[in-house]
Design a binder for this molecule. Structure first.
Ligand code: HEM
Length: 576
């Protein structure tokens, strides 16, 4: 062995090994420091977290321990919210717990009675004004100037009054009847069996519909179920709100609206469009396009109100629904600019479509997946939705039709259909209501006499997490299972049944409660009934029905899964 090889060190190698040793030590020290910090934070937050009693008998809201100072629960809440919330629900059985999100306290309320009292608190005690304004400007493009914000504040009570038309009997009836009339005309064309895209209807184009032949030789249309249902409903329900001209003049409007919905949380961050974040600029481009289309509508409405010709494309503005007609009067009284009007209308159109259309998509998924439920529903609704095959008198057979459509009876005489609607609201949606606490407030955890009372502190945030309650096994047996008849309660004997929401609160509550809930229920029952009366649906290629996976959205879940279905005319309709 050469003695020099071991005795004389190579300088370069020696330096290298010292640097990497130093780096190793630095990393190790940093890692150990972080570990100690995390363990200390976990220990202290675990110590401070549990509920403490105050002298008036109330308790502080227990906070879940966390590992990272300042950031708190942000990582778990961002990446696995359902896991975090379900585990917390099973631990804090009183119905409320708190999270630390970036050093702000967020009380998560899932006790139905506590959530109910919180939502019904006076505006001066708990409200969501600041969030509402932020969403209006950041998501829907309401101008941020001081004058615009003053006009916005001045309009709030008037805007609320306009919503009576979505709830009051006569206007609601007209809107529902308008929706039924349009749907009766179009449901036979859900799919047209046209090979050429030019001859297809718009909801077929967006769902990539194409004709196909089943192994047994039957001709079917294969289409992507989600866009088919969602876009059919959009085209058929919105004329009752904004009139037929807007819907006909802007066939691509709803594609932009879906992009706004997909990018909702990105728009809400308020990040500028020039940042290299595709979700932000995509959502902004879609928002601006949708906004401009509404702007043209607003200008036409204004011209018409001034006695001028609104333009060739706007000759049917007299069928614009009562909510928007009354809003126009308010806008004119308060001297709203066109941009302010367009932003408010965009937010209403989003609210009208973002949840209800997807709800029907989920309902239909569950219904078509279970042949027994489908058959029972068809039997239940048959006396009220009369679908038939016209007798062939001409050379070509006529497509099936619906002649009578009794929407009152769908609500009052079809318990299974109504129960399916409630079951989808329970399971296929994750709605939240949000409040900023303006005052300290002590609320009992339940209606029981000696219930624990919790203090929600001024300056903290409160979330009424309806979905955490909707999937609580203490209230709903086997909560993750969708059961068609879960909400049917037999009253006296087997004959009298009632179907109601019970403790389910998909529409929030209090002053910010969903203003479209009455219309949403009607349209969900109407569209579900129209689809199942006229069409058969099965997974393409004869595969078993597989439910799409949920993708969190603002209320009712969305999905990224492309569910291709074979659609054919319903067999066995009576010939008339
Ligand atoms: C299944 C369908 C729907 C669901 C699950 C739903 C759910 C909700 C929820 C959770 C809120 C917030 C409540 C709160 O903060 O406590 C809300 C607000 C609202 N919804 Fe709906 N909604 C649906 C359909 C509709 C429809 C069809 C319309 C319009 C025709 C509509 C119009 C509104 C409006 C205007 C608000 C804002 C209320 C306010 O801040 O004053 N919604 N909705």
């Amino acid at each position: 062995m050469d003695p020099n090889a071991t005795d004389v060190p190579v300088p370069g190698l020696q330096i290298k090994s010292t640097t990497s040793q130093k780096l190793d030590t630095t990393w190790l020290t940093a890692l150990v420091a972080l570990l100690i910090l995390a363990i200390t934070t976990r220990f202290i937050s675990g110590l401070l977290g549990p509920s403490k009693s105050a002298h008036d008998g109330s308790k502080s809201v227990p906070m879940i321990p966390y590992w990272i100072p300042i950031i708190g629960h942000i990582p778990q809440f961002s990446f696995a919210p359902q896991d975090l919330l379900s585990k917390a629900r099973d631990t804090y059985r009183s119905g409320v717990f708190a999270l630390n999100l970036g050093s702000t306290t967020h009380n998560i309320v899932f006790s139905p009675s506590m959530g109910g009292s919180l939502m019904n608190q006076k505006h001066s005690i708990a409200n969501m004004d600041s969030v509402g304004k932020h969403v209006m400007t950041a998501v829907f493009g309401f101008p941020k100037s001081k004058a615009s914000m003053q006009r916005y504040d001045a309009s709030l009570s008037g805007l609320n009054t306009c919503y009576k038309h979505l709830i009051s009997e006569s206007s609601l009836k007209n809107m529902v009847q308008n929706t039924i009339d349009v749907t009766k005309r179009n449901i036979a064309n859900l799919v047209t069996f046209s090979e050429s895209r030019v001859d297809q209807v718009e909801w077929e184009r967006t769902s990539n519909a194409e004709t196909n032949t089943k192994p047994d030789g039957e001709l079917v249309v294969e289409a992507s179920m989600m866009p088919l249902i969602r876009d059919f409903i959009a085209a058929n329900a919105n004329p009752s709100l904004i009139g037929s001209d807007f819907v006909n003049n802007n066939p691509d409007f709803f594609q932009d609206l879906w992009d706004v919905d997909r990018g909702f949380k990105w728009l809400a961050t308020g990040l500028p469009a020039w940042l290299p974040i595709p979700q932000v600029w995509k959502a902004k481009i879609a928002r601006n396009r949708a906004f401009d289309q509404i702007l043209k509508f607003e200008e036409a409405m204004e011209r018409r109100a001034n006695g001028e010709d609104p333009g060739q494309e706007w000759q049917d503005l007299d069928n614009v629904g009562p909510v928007l007609t009354e809003r126009l009067t308010l806008y004119r009284q308060l001297r709203f600019t066109m941009n302010e009007r367009a932003a408010l209308e965009l937010s209403l159109l989003w609210a009208m479509n973002a949840n209800a259309n997807m709800l029907v998509f989920w309902m239909l998924n569950h219904i078509y997946a279970d042949k027994d439920v489908l058959a029972r529903l068809r039997e239940e609704i048959a006396p009220f939705v009369h679908a038939f095959q016209p007798k062939q008198t001409l050379k070509m057979p006529e497509p099936p039709r619906i002649d009578t459509f009794d929407h009152e009876a769908l609500t009052s005489k079809c318990p299974l259909l109504k129960s399916c609607y409630i079951e989808s609201l329970r399971l296929d949606a994750a709605p939240w209501s949000f409040r900023v606490m303006q005052e300290d407030l002590v609320l009992p955890a339940s209606k029981e006499k000696d219930a624990e009372r919790f203090l929600l502190k001024k300056g903290t945030y409160a979330h009424i997490a309806h979905s955490v309650h909707h999937t609580d096994p203490a209230y709903f047996d086997d909560p993750q299972a969708w059961r068609a008849d879960r909400h049917i309660k037999h009253e006296r004997g087997d004959d009298e049944v009632s179907v109601n929401m019970g403790t389910i609160r998909p529409y929030g509550g209090g002053h910010s409660m969903c203003k479209g809930r009455a219309f949403a229920q009607k349209e969900a029952l109407v569209f579900a009934a129209a689809f199942i009366s006229m069409w058969d649906m099965e997974p393409a290629d004869g595969a078993p029905w597989k439910l799409p996976r949920y993708k969190p959205a603002t209320g009712v879940y969305s999905t990224n899964d492309d569910i291709r279905v074979w659609i054919s005319r319903r067999k066995g309709l009576p010939e008339v």
